[in-house]
Every structure is written in C-alpha cells, then in structure tokens.
Ligand binder design. Structure first.
Ligand code: ATP
Ligand code: MN
Length: 431
C-alpha cells in the first residue's frame, strides 16, 4: 500500500452545509457501501457521527477491498445532498484504504442483527462500533465526570488506596488471594479501612476504583471486578452522608439528562430525574411491610433477594433502608445512641436493587476491638488499622456506591455486564 498521511482536517460532526465547496479530509469506518450506476454511495462513521460520501468511477475503480467496517481516509469537497438523513455530503477526490476489515465479522457492529451479549462481549472492541454500546460508554464517561464534579464542589479530595493488600481487611471470605513474592496477599474488596484512616488528615475523601469480590454470584448485579464510588467524611453522621449521596445521585441524573440526550435516544431511554428527598424507611418498618405479605421475618434477619423484590414493588424508586440491626452489620458500624440493638446504617435502594451501603463508623478503638471479637475476628490482625484510632480519629461516616449498578438505573437496563468494558464474573475471565 502507498504511504498515506493519517491526518484529518475535520470530525464528521463539524462538517456543515454552510461550508459547501470547502475541501476536507475525513477518516473513519465504512458503515455502508452501495454502487448505483457510475456512482458509489459510501456512509462513513467516526466517533462524532456519520456522513455520506459520493465516489465516482474515476476515484474508485473497484470497491472490492473497501469492505464494510474498513478504515478509510477521504479527501473531498462538501456539497448539498438529496439524501434525507444528511445535512450535506462529500464528493470525494481521493480515497485511501488504511486498514481492511476481514469478513465475516464475529458480530454485526451496526446492530441491525442483534447479537447475544456473550458474542458481543467476546468481540467487545468491535461492539464499541455499535452506536448503542458506544452510547452506554459515553454515558458512563459523563456519569464519572458528574460524580467527580459534585464531590469536588463538596470539597472532597480524591484518593487512591491499595488494591493489593496483606490481610483480609474486613474479615470476609470473599477475597481473591494471590502470591506476592512468596507471601499471601489479597485483592481489596473495598477501600473501607484506608478511607476511614484518611479522615484523620484530609477529612473529606472519595475514591473511584475497581474492587474485587470472590463471590460465585450469577446475577445481573454482581461482578467479580466492579467499580466502587466511595466517600468518607470526618464530622459527619449517617444522616449527613445520606444527604451527600442523595445530592450526588440527583445531580448526576441532571448532568446526564443535559449532556447525554443523543446517547439516551440511541439507547431508547430517557433520563428521568429522581424526585427528592428520597423516602427513608427503617429496617423495622420494612419488616412490618414484609410480614404483612407473609414473609415471616424476625428482627435480626437479613433481607434476602426475595424480600427485596417485594419491597421493590412497594417502593419502585430510590429509597433509603435505614437503622439495620447492629449484629448483621460489619464491625466498623456504630450502634444507635438510643438503642444499641440498632445501627446508624443505611442502604440506598432503587426498587429491589441495592446501590449503596453506608453508615456512621465507630471511632472509639476499644469498641471496635469488642465488635471484632464478637464477630470472631482477631483484633491483633487489625493492629495497623487500629493504631490510627490512637492518633485522634475524628467521628466519621461514609458509604460505597456501585458505579455499574447506578449505571444500569441511569440507562434503564438490567445487567451490569452491559456497562463495564470487559466484565469479570465466575464464568468470564477473557477477553
Ligand atoms: P450485595 O448484597 O448486593 O451483594 P453487598 O452488600 O455485598 O452487595 P457492599 O459491600 O455493601 O455490597 O458494597 C457497596 C456497594 O458496592 C453495593 O451496594 C453495590 O452497589 C456495590 N457492589 C458490591 N458488590 C458488588 C459486586 N459484586 N458487583 C457489582 N457491584 C457491587
Ligand atoms: Mn451492602
């Protein structure tokens, strides 16, 4: 192939009919190609949009090499078009094939033929040329931008905590272990202990990172590697951080509704800005509601998927489930002042779906040691974490919110695998 420069002069979205007669150089992928008499109509897509290219026989003798989805560079002049779908078109004076797409392709990247999600995930890079998929990831990008913007406005500082850790930080059995130069190490399941420690000096911190759960869950809401949005703040209690979370969720929906209209339309969805304040329902009240429906739950029972499905029918939108029994909460959660059986804790739900868990944390090291022992965890194994509590640990509270779960709500789909590039689950380690 002859040497060609790769530069473009314009993105497709910047080519306007007001520029008629101007020469432009575009680059992109051949979405469609139709030969009609002495002319070939080519539709060209780049990341910003799609346009029509007119090729005459003196420019293109044969379209044999220019298969659909090949990469081409086109030089031509902007002119009026008769096509309904385009504002203008380009009459090409030159076409260069930069890379050929070999057919058959494993999936139809236009999405005219629906491909099974497994096939799309196996060919994820090609799937990204499907406009629905590309829109999902543009919305993911804007969601992250909105979250960062809100945290920064609230004076939170972004931190990054280790993902390779030397001890099982929350005790749980759902940790991946790995060999670390001959020592046992684990992949972090959350930034919990580190983010709490950081309130000592930075006061308000947040982190957006991947975390790992070795759970054999086969659901639309569990991944082995997921993205957690975490915050922790000194001098706040669980009600304060619920307010922070509610604000963040509402402002994210507003941001997406303003910045992602085109993407939501392509997906076939609309951003519905949630009504606030969100309902706050106590665990005890939820138990009453569930027992009216014959759930036969007793105080202290955890709510199972089947219970959350019932609650989701009663409360189909955003709501907080608060004041859980202390004994089913992790050791770092604080009891309620007026009732030690209850905890200052909450989950944010969207219908049946848990989006976030949080609460007021204990900041008295003696209480933490007691709670560790009650949960059959060895306080000695937490000595590095606990030493920070002897250095002036402020009262603090925080939460963790699953980005992929939040995105399924924003986008209106029900599988977290759709909103993460290369999902990891018990069956899926590649690509
Ligand atoms: P679940 O009971 O639904 O498995 P969890 O209570 O174990 O979740 P937390 O430890 O409370 O999860 O984590 C905080 C948030 O992180 C969750 O509310 C959820 O949004 C997200 N999250 C946790 N585990 C996963 C996972 N395996 N895949 C995707 N998101 C997750
Ligand atoms: Mn939880």
């Amino acid at each position: 192939m002859i040497y060609v420069k790769f530069n473009r002069t314009h993105y497709i979205e910047d080519v306007k009919s007001s520029m008629n007669g101007q020469e432009v150089i575009l680059g992109g992928w051949v979405e469609d190609l139709r030969k009609m008499g002495k002319m070939t109509f080519l539709t060209l897509r780049d990341v910003t949009g799609i346009t029509q290219i007119i090729l005459t026989d003196d420019i293109i003798k044969s379209t044999e090499d220019i298969t659909r989805q090949s990469v081409v560079r086109i030089t031509g002049k902007i002119q009026d078009t008769r096509a309904r779908d385009f504002e203008c078109e380009i009459k090409a004076s030159e076409i260069n094939l930069l890379a050929k797409a070999i057919h058959p392709l494993p999936i139809d990247p236009i999405g005219r033929l629906e491909s099974h999600i497994d096939n799309r995930l196996n060919s994820r890079a090609l799937d990204m040329r499907n406009q629905k998929t590309a829109s999902i990831f543009k919305i993911r990008h804007h969601t992250l931008a909105a979250l960062r913007k809100s945290f920064i406005e609230k004076k939170f500082i972004e931190i990054t905590t280790p993902k390779i850790i030397g001890s099982a930080s929350e005790g749980g059995a759902n940790l991946f272990s790995l060999d670390y130069f001959g020592k046992q190490a684990y992949l972090a399941q959350s930034p919990q202990l580190y983010k709490e420690q950081m309130t000592i000096g930075l006061e308000r911190v947040f982190e957006i990172s991947s975390f790992y759960r070795a759970e054999k869950s086969h659901t639309g809401r569990h991944l082995s590697e997921f993205t957690s949005i975490d915050m922790e703040s000194a001098f706040m209690s669980y009600t304060d951080v619920m307010d922070v979370l509610e604000d963040l969720v509402v402002s994210t929906f507003k941001y997406v509704s303003e910045n992602c209209k085109k993407e939501q339309e392509t997906i076939g969805n609309k951003t519905i800005i949630p009504n606030n304040p969100f309902k706050r329902i106590t665990y005890s009240h939820a138990l009453e509601e569930l027992n009216k429906k014959d759930a036969k739950l007793e105080f202290g029972d955890d709510l199972l998927d089947s219970h959350l499905r019932i609650l989701g029918e009663i409360y189909p939108e955003f709501y907080f489930l608060t004041d859980w029994p202390l004994k089913i909460k992790p050791f770092y959660i604080s009891e309620k002042e007026d009732n030690a059986e209850l905890s200052e804790s909450f989950d944010l739900q969207f219908g049946y779906l848990e989006l976030s868990s949080g609460g007021t944390r204990l900041h008295n090291p003696e209480k933490i040691k007691m709670r560790l022992s009650e949960q059959n965890l060895d306080p000695a194994k937490f000595s590095e974490h606990l030493q920070a509590f002897d250095w002036g640990m402020p009262p603090h509270a925080g939460w963790g919110l699953g980005l992929e779960r939040l995105l399924t709500v924003i986008i209106g789909i029900d599988n977290v695998r759709e909103v993460i590039l290369y999902p990891r689950d018990p069956e899926r380690l590649k690509p």
